[in-house]
Design a protein. Structure first.
Length: 270
């Protein structure tokens, strides 16, 4: 018994549902009739290549899944998918390394679509101290698993419940946006890790706060970070579109002072 591949119309309907859009909503965004969209979704009309890409754009479908949609419609993929070591990606990867190095003495790392570590700068060292489960550091290193596993960074995260909820929400948003089975399974795994909650009541939100910081125990001190995410603005390659750089900034003067001191110690030792 064989399972038939999904049609272009069924995939468009699936993405429309995932985006919580009605047929009328999508038809208006795409500037086409609802009747035509209905025919496309039901298979009564075959969309052109341009129509497939146009609908994918309105639905904000990631490049990898746009290629899948094109294949389902009987067309060749539009977006390349090269390995990170491909020479044509060298300028982009050099830009990544420049951003990581330029962020020192503060930590920064680059991850792929499954949150596997691609590269990191030297200042990431405080995050990797006292990891009790060595397998978490074996390539490919999954940053979320390393962060929340009880044998990873989790025991040193002072506000684990709060940070765990933040990471799981980000992961859920990404898995919802992409429909990626690996991310869905990763979310299921991570939700099984200890939550750090001592009661059923959520942690209170600081009235004067602007973001949820990451508070990390480092020796007898607590380092506090806020973070930003950087992605390529106009990628045409699938692999490049899925790269993200997370940069951590000191949230207080004590953290800044410690990171600057550590950087000087590393420089002196090298």
């Amino acid at each position: 018994m064989t399972t038939s591949e999904p049609s272009a119309g069924s995939l468009i309907r699936e993405w429309r549902t995932r985006r919580r859009m009605s047929q009328l909503d999508l038809a208006m965004e795409a500037d086409i009739s609802q009747r035509h969209l209905s025919f496309v979704e039901s298979g009564r009309a075959q969309p052109s290549r341009d129509m497939v890409l146009h609908l994918a754009e309105q639905l904000a479908i990631p490049l990898r899944q746009r290629n899948q949609l094109l294949l389902a419609a009987g067309f060749a993929p539009s977006f390349s998918e090269k390995s990170l070591g491909d020479k044509t990606l060298a300028p982009a990867m050099a830009a990544v390394e420049t951003l990581l190095k330029g962020h020192e003495p503060f930590p920064a790392l680059a991850v792929d679509r499954h949150w596997n570590l691609v590269s990191a700068n030297a200042a990431i060292a405080p995050f990797l101290a006292d990891i009790s489960e060595p397998s978490l550091l074996q390539p490919p290193v999954n940053v979320l698993r390393l962060s929340l596993h009880p044998g990873g960074v989790a025991p040193r995260i002072v506000n684990l419940a709060e940070w765990r909820a933040h990471l799981l929400e980000r992961l859920k948003q990404l898995s919802d946006a992409t429909g990626d089975a690996v991310l869905i399974e990763l979310e299921r795994e991570l939700r099984g890790y200890p939550s750090g909650l001592k009661s059923s009541r959520p942690a209170p939100v600081e009235p004067s706060g602007i973001v949820h910081p990451l508070r990390l125990a480092h020796g007898d001190q607590v380092l506090s970070f806020i973070s930003t995410i950087t992605v390529f603005g106009t990628p045409l390659d699938v692999t490049l579109s899925e790269l993200a750089i997370e940069s951590f900034f000191p949230a207080d003067e004590q953290t800044r002072t410690v990171l600057v001191r550590l950087a000087k110690e590393w420089a002196a030792a090298s």
